[in-house]
Design a protein around this ligand. Structure first.
Ligand SMILES: O=C(CO)COP(=O)(O)O
Length: 254
């Protein structure tokens, strides 16, 4: 049984005051949840606030990115050990915005996974296709190549220590959600592909869906057999919306 995980990716949004209010609201609202796990991933400067506000809460803290390097002359980078020091449990790796705006390769992303796991945290590895790729019928080829690019560096055993997120690029921040059937098809493809290498690991890995998940569509998406949670962007910035999605996950967990 894979307990659902709802993770909020705040991206580069909010102020210190907003962050404090959001953290407090989520911590209070999530206290009574059963069977679903909740995490929030604020921008780096708010991680200390997250550590403090979530100290007595069931909500986990996560980060949005990490360096491949452990220390040294890497201006602007943040090491995995630093994230661990602030109580992070999760680190988003290979988000499409980083693949696109920062030219992150599968090899670089694989090294980030290694850094995160070596420091006792769990990566949330994102994969997904663009609209053009979907329209050309390349969805599975693209996602398969993203997985192979990582697998070539880290091996299948690493997938026992991470979560996956399927985030179709065309659904991110656009209000266009993949239909439950479209999402389920890709999630099942990902699990089957990993299953060729290791069936037990493939059955255990949580595959989150991300891309305009909202209170209105969360229940249907989370009811799919291979959708094990959500990676939430815009709706994670609103306490009520985010908690409504968490409750949908709780209901899906039954
Ligand atoms: O990119 C996402 C989460 O990582 C999804 O963002 P939205 O929920 O805003 O579409």
């Amino acid at each position: 049984m894979r307990a659902p995980l709802i993770a909020g990716n705040w991206k580069m949004n909010g102020s210190k005051r907003d962050a404090r209010a959001l953290l407090g609201g989520v911590a209070a609202g999530a206290a009574s949840l059963q069977g679903a796990e909740v995490a929030v991933c604020p921008p780096f400067p708010y991680l200390a606030l997250g550590e403090a506000e979530l100290a007595d809460s069931v909500v986990c803290l996560g980060a949005q990115d990490v360096s491949t390097e452990s220390a040294g002359a890497y201006t602007g980078e943040v090491a995995a050990a630093m994230l661990a020091e602030f109580g992070c449990r999760y680190v988003i790796c290979g988000h499409s915005e980083r693949r696109d705006y920062h030219a992150e390769s599968d090899t670089l992303i694989a090294r980030k996974l290694q850094a995160v796991i070596a420091n006792g945290m769990r990566p949330i590895l994102c994969v997904g296709e663009t609209l053009e790729q979907r329209e050309r019928g390349e969805t599975e080829a693209v996602i398969g190549a993203q997985l192979d690019g990582v697998l070539g560096v880290v091996g299948i055993e690493t997938f026992a220590d991470l979560e996956l997120a399927y985030e179709p690029v065309w659904a991110i921040g656009t209000g266009k959600t993949a239909t439950p059937a479209q999402a389920q098809q890709v999630h099942a493809f990902v699990r089957a592909k990993l299953g060729v290498s290791d069936r037990r690991i493939a059955q255990g890995v949580r595959i989150l869906y991300g891309g305009s998940m909202k209170p209105g569509n969360a229940a249907e998406l989370l009811a799919q057999p291979d959708i094990d949670g959500g990676l939430i962007g815009g709706a994670s910035l609103d306490v009520d919306d985010f908690l409504a999605i968490c409750r949908a996950a709780e209901a899906a967990a039954g």
